[in-house]
Design a protein around this ligand. Structure first.
Ligand code: HEM
Length: 410
């Protein structure tokens, strides 16, 4: 990417046709990928008039280059498209280095593999109980009956919170995401403030009863605030937890549900994973690549730039379309195929650069447990109705109706 001084050149796509991108097109489970393929080959840096106007990057290398360059592309203006925030910046996502590291550092201890691995036993037994309930039924909805409660339970263990509170938070954040997409300012503000209230309650509770700051993210942030080595304020601790409330459950919920759709359509793969559970970590990477659950994060250039031959003016929002980048044929052979032997699998579902997901180890463990228990407990299942998709911000189903042929005794 190079700086430029000329005027805006958005009317000419140097690669092919000029295509206007519409993020609000209704979608099925597969349709977005057809759209993204067309943009990758015909207009890989596209403009959209939606949400007040923004640019969208569809190619892997463009996304990697932008996410790696936090000097030219800031997250302090907005981190998603559309920008619709009234309640201030939330660390660590909405901060650039060096401030970013003040908030990121205290998350490192509680999210390291040695720490989060301790949750595996509890999460597995919870998954087993959920699957045991589903085994007795001929039909169920994988997204609402398994993925949602399991993702909520995982987060409740990670933050030492009651499951009921976390389920309420997930409902709030789904409603919040839909209102953001609809750009309904009044509702976005109301829901955001409600999420802030929950975050404040959690922080107050932890101040009253602190946990080990190496094991608990809230206590870690509070300890950093008290140590006064870095300029962290208590209000920013609340804002960090507020950010996590929305970030932590959406992606596992979405990608687990997508994996279930994939397995429902591919009985051979289901059987293979059931017989060879050692293949499940590789399967998790392919599910993350094929169905990258965070569809979009954005950056704002602090100077005029040229990306893929298109001139973009300082201050114009640019969206990175992760599910598109992860199916780019320039990087992945047979990009739409599920390949257990894809080596190396360089998908970027967890992001790139300073904002790379700090919870990637935990999320991978969570997905591995979910798939292991699903294929172990439910011998066979197929789709029993329409897969209903979430929205522009999250790629994945909110409803996966399935029919199971697993007998109680199997
Ligand atoms: C399948 C699961 C997950 C996926 C695919 C995922 C993906 C991502 C991505 C792509 C980013 C980078 C955003 C950007 O560059 O703008 C990110 C950041 C982040 N994620 Fe995750 N995430 C997952 C689960 C989680 C969980 C369970 C947590 C809970 C702790 C979490 C907490 C965060 C935080 C705090 C950030 C901001 C990091 C920073 O700004 O330095 N994520 N995640």
């Amino acid at each position: 990417m190079t700086p430029h001084s000329a005027g805006n050149d958005r009317d000419r796509c140097p690669v092919g046709k000029d295509l206007e991108f519409d993020p609000l097109q209704p979608e099925t489970f597969d349709s977005s990928h057809e759209v993204y393929e067309r943009f990758r080959s015909e207009c890989p840096v596209a403009h959209s008039e939606q949400f007040g106007g923004f640019w969208a990057l569809f190619k892997y290398q463009d996304v990697v280059d932008m996410a790696s360059d936090h000097t030219t592309f800031t997250t302090t203006v907005q981190n998603v498209v559309p920008k619709i925030s009234f309640t201030g910046r939330r660390p660590p996502l909405h901060f650039d280095p060096p401030e970013h590291k003040y908030y990121r550092r205290p998350l490192g201890g509680p999210l390291r593999s040695a720490q989060t691995s301790k949750l595996e036993g509890d999460m597995r037994s919870y998954a087993r109980d959920l699957i045991a309930e589903l085994r007795g039924k001929n039909s169920f909805d994988f997204a609402t009956d398994f993925a949602l409660p399991f993702a909520a339970h995982g987060f409740s263990r990670l933050l030492s919170l009651p499951d009921e509170l976390v389920l309420r938070v997930r409902k709030l954040s789904v409603a919040y995401n839909f209102e953001v997409q609809a750009m309904n300012h009044v509702e976005v503000r109301r829901l955001s403030l409600e999420l802030y209230d929950v975050a404040r309650e959690i922080v107050e509770g932890r101040k009253a009863e602190p946990l080990d700051s190496n094991a608990d993210m809230v206590s870690g942030l509070l300890a950093a605030c008290e140590a006064e080595v870095d300029p962290i304020t208590e209000e920013m601790v609340v804002a960090s937890i507020r950010q996590m409330l929305v970030a932590a459950m959406a992606a596992p919920h979405a990608v687990m549900s997508s994996a279930a759709v994939h397995l429902a359509r591919d009985a051979q793969l289901h059987k293979r994973l059931r017989e060879h559970t050692e293949l499940i970590p590789a399967a998790v990477e392919e599910f993350l690549r094929l169905y990258s659950p965070y569809r979009v994060f954005s950056r704002t250039p602090v100077e005029d730039v040229v990306i893929g031959g298109r001139e973009i003016t300082e201050g114009e929002p640019i969206a990175m379309i992760f599910p598109s980048a992860n199916r780019d044929a320039d990087v992945f052979d047979d990009p739409h195929e599920f390949k257990l032997d894809r080596m190396p699998n360089q998908h970027i579902a967890f992001g790139v650069g300073v904002h790379t997901c700090p919870a990637a180890f935990f999320a991978r463990m969570e997905l591995r447990i979910a798939i292991e228990e699903l294929v172990r407990g439910i011998e066979e299942f197929s789709l029993a109705g329409e897969v209903e998709m979430m929205n522009w911000l999250e790629f994945g189903p909110v409803s996966v109706p399935v029919r199971s042929t697993t007998r109680e005794s199997a």
